[in-house]
Design a protein around this ligand. Structure first.
Ligand SMILES: Nc1ncnc2c1ncn2[C@@H]1O[C@H](COP(=O)(O)OP(=O)(O)OP(=O)(O)O)[C@@H](O)[C@H]1O
Length: 284
């Protein structure tokens, strides 16, 4: 995708090195308004570095970065108020309550705290609003940190591994929040190591490996692209029969169907984890 009209942000040929080590090598992609864009890659691939460039915590060596249609060098304070960033270093004040933290974040963003009770209610934290952060579970903290990211109603949010280290219930809560953001039309740039999360939460994905995007597309298109040339037929009396997807197999399948042998018939697509492993050669 290369249109710029609906692109909230884009990178074109972006490179960055730390000393002699090239960490990002010609990154090119657009993030479209209202989509949840998943940025995947093994540890050290350059995901956090990319977020740092997109939020101007770092500057690229070469290439162009556009934010809200303007070169990132020209981004104003007002543009930054249209953004929310959740990273593993997102700070909540331990000795303040959840609600006090949110009020503080709203203040820093030049907002009043009128929307805070509704935000707390939406993510089921209203009853815990007076709990000190130091007494919160990891899941509550993460939801509170996510709310602190959203307290000024940003149009674009960067979520760097928002579910890392959470148990399944807490992860599900964060996924609910992500679904709400999507419904509300907020653009989300999400990094994750969780392939199921990427598949269910993201409209499009890019897989990064050693500073290069190795593939990009919808979750479905990525798995289809890497589909194997195989049909798997489970039969009543001959067990599982594997066939190639070609004309010669058509007769076999027809014969099996005619005699009522076919219990199931499916195309053997890889899942996203297998695609990831195939492209990066690494575990996530
Ligand atoms: N300030 C820095 N100075 C030198 N090297 C750095 C710096 N920041 C990151 N790196 C290196 O850049 C590479 C990419 O790091 P980055 O944190 O972007 O990876 P990541 O994909 O986010 O990994 P993870 O999934 O583990 O968070 C790594 O090799 C890392 O060691």
């Amino acid at each position: 995708m290369n249109g710029t009209h609906s692109a909230v942000l884009s990178m074109e040929g972006v490179c960055l090195s730390f000393g002699a080590k090239r960490v990002l090598d010609g990154l090119t992609f657009d993030v479209i308004r209202g989509e949840c864009f998943g940025f995947l890659g093994p540890s050290g691939a350059g995901k956090t570095t990319t977020i740092k460039l997109l939020t101007r915590q770092l500057t690229a060596d070469t290439g162009r970065i556009t934010l809200f249609g303007r070169p990132i060098e020209n981004a104003s304070g007002a543009d930054y108020n249209r953004i929310g960033i959740l990273s593993d270093t997102s700070a909540l004040y331990e000795r303040l309550t959840i609600e006090e933290n949110l009020r503080l974040y709203a203040q820093v963003r030049g907002r009043g705290g009128r929307g805070i009770p509704a935000l707390l209610e939406r993510v089921g934290l209203d009853r815990d609003r007076k709990t000190l952060i130091k007494n919160c579970s990891k899941g509550m903290r993460q939801r509170a940190a996510l709310l602190a990211t959203l307290v000024h109603s940003p149009e674009l949010v960067f979520l760097d591994e928002p579910t890392s280290g959470l148990d399944p219930a807490a992860r599900a809560e964060v996924h609910k929040m992500l679904a709400e953001l999507r419904r509300a039309g907020t653009t989300v740039f999400l990094t994750t190591h969780d392939m199921a999360e990427a598949e269910s939460c993201c409209d499009r994905l890019a897989i990064l490996n050693e500073g290069r995007i190795v593939t990009m597309g919808t979750p479905q298109s990525l798995t289809m692209e890497h589909a194997r040339n195989r049909l798997v037929v489970t039969t009543r009396t001959h067990g599982v029969v594997e066939l190639t997807k070609d004309a010669a197999s058509a007769d076999t399948v027809r014969d099996l169907l005619v005699v009522g042998e076919v219990l199931s018939l499916h195309s053997d697509e890889p899942n996203l984890e297998e695609v990831f492993l195939e492209l990066t050669g690494k575990e996530f």
